[in-house]
Design a protein around this ligand. Structure first.
Ligand code: HEM
Length: 227
């Protein structure tokens, strides 16, 4: 106890830690901020944290060998699943956490919509939320190629064809995007490395920035009144 209060006193003297914690813990929220509206965003925060932690642990053993030889990627996932200590559990939590996050983020979005949380002045935060949702979907899309087994390879190759052949964009533009995403004319080792870099570097970075803005806006604007 002596050591604990010494550390807290030391921090308090430098940046008022106790005041900051008290302001959060005893912050009053209006009665209309019902549990159903407020909790789902918090559950999503919890799941994002779980995904970051388990993703980091998987990254300790995953080998995204894109240098013309993607076989080690598959072998490293087999190693994680069968040999690494609790690897099967970490991989399972990462997989099911990702699926749960899609469901929870969708429910959060539905409740916010139902409550009119998209109306002025919260339109910007709604738009930020839509981008966050898009990023969650892209996390799943890029992550599901990484095991590099027949299922993940063939399913992603088919999805890329469907998206790029949908005719929404002019052929030249969608062809260019497809080439850039695949890193060549077909899904291959370069695609694996691109998806890996997006999954562990680009998307987490974008997600962190967007969630920071999301939380700052939530705090500044407060909960929307129902109706
Ligand atoms: C990883 C994904 C997400 C996380 C971690 C997250 C987190 C949060 C948290 C903690 C809150 C405050 C508490 C609450 O209202 O539940 C919140 C509010 C809000 N979120 Fe999200 N959110 C996510 C995705 C989304 C999505 C997909 C949308 C909509 C497209 C969205 C739109 C909003 C809006 C408009 C508010 C303010 C609601 C109000 O004041 O009533 N969020 N979010």
């Amino acid at each position: 106890m002596g050591l604990q209060s010494a550390i807290i006193d030391w921090l308090d003297a430098r940046f008022e830690l106790t005041d900051a914690v008290d302001a959060e813990v005893y912050r009053r929220v209006p009665n209309y901020a019902a549990a159903t509206y407020r909790y789902l965003g918090g559950v999503a925060v919890f799941l994002v944290t779980i995904e970051f932690i388990t993703g980091f642990l998987l990254g300790l053993y995953y080998v995204p060998d894109g240098a013309g030889n993607p076989a080690p990627a598959y072998a490293s996932v087999v190693f994680i699943q069968q040999a690494a200590y609790l690897g099967w559990l970490i991989r399972g939590i990462h997989f099911w956490g990702a699926n749960l996050l899609i469901a929870v983020a969708f429910l959060h979005m539905t409740f916010v919509f139902w409550n009119g949380g998209y109306r002025p002045p919260r339109e910007l935060n709604w738009m930020v939320g839509v981008l966050v949702f898009l990023i969650i979907v892209l996390f799943s899309f890029t992550g599901s190629l990484l095991p590099w087994d027949a299922n993940s390879y063939l399913a992603r190759a088919r999805e890329i064809s469907i998206i790029s052949g949908s005719g929404v964009l002019p052929d030249g533009v969608s062809g260019f995007i497809r080439y850039a995403v695949q890193g060549g004319p077909v899904v291959g080792p370069t695609t694996l490395l691109r998806f890996f870099m997006a999954h562990v570097f680009l998307l987490p970075g974008l997600m962190a920035v967007l969630l920071y803005v999301h939380f700052r806006l939530v705090r500044k604007q407060g909960p929307a009144e129902p109706g």
